[in-house]
Design a protein around this ligand. Sequence first.
Ligand code: RIB
Length: 307
Amino acid sequence: MKFDIVVVGSINMDVVASCEKYPQYGDTEFCHSIRMLPGGKGANQAASAAHLGKRVAMVGSVGKDSAGNQMLENLRSKGVDVSGVIETDKAGTGTFIALVDESGENTMVGTKGANDALTEQDIETAFSGLEAKILLIQMETSKESILAAMKLAKQRGMFVILDPAPAGGITPEAFQYADLVLPNSQETEAITGIQVTDEESALMAAEKIRALGIPNVIVKLGGKGSLVYQGGKATFVRSIEVKAVDTVGAGDCYAGAIADALIDTNDLAEAARFASIAAGIKVSRTGGQDAIPTLKEVQNYSRPVIG
Ligand code: RIB
């Protein structure tokens, strides 16, 4: 089967508590709401690229449980092909608990669960029947699955986008197979040791990442924007101005949108402009994957109707 983008990554059930502010250590507090939402960096990125109009295949692993069934059904409903997702009885579906405060900021803990059961063999089987132009991958599945997928994608001539997230799960061996990485500030610091606070420090970090052998880099600075480094040229792309209400999955929406745009253009700065609009719209609304905008919404934002 032919796709634009194959996403290899995590599929999780998110339990999201929205509260006024984070509780103090040891406190018990009421919150505004608790929702069970489809999540996982991989699934969020697949949903983002599909919402924005591309043909997307997902490769991953869920448990043989009701959360796994729900996560698969959700991806199907978004038009994502899930024939490369295995259902394992070795572990339950990955589950994350996220706290979102009134500024939209989030803090999470979670289990990798079934995501960690994805094997090299599973990757080979999933890739045997598919063709895609881009591999989009993160670091929330097993190390063997990440390395196998990236290696295979390079052998097949795919453009490999690595979102090196989460910061605690970075596998440096993966960098040799990446054509583009898009770390946020925590991940950039974990990779380079540089604390990224502005354009200048982001450029220093991007150059350090380039020196690791990765040709294209986007250092993300959240609401401030992103530093795009391509062919030795740096461009700073500002984020759109929005009132942030929920940042869960914002980076995933951005990564899916970058992959989406790179199907249509080789210009990374142009892709970053598109992705910052998509991610900006996402953080301005509550919800997980359902808050990701459609292509029309992103295009309407770029070209507001006058009169
Ligand atoms: O990036 C946000 C995602 O990280 C959440 O959906 C959670 O499941 C974790 O994978």
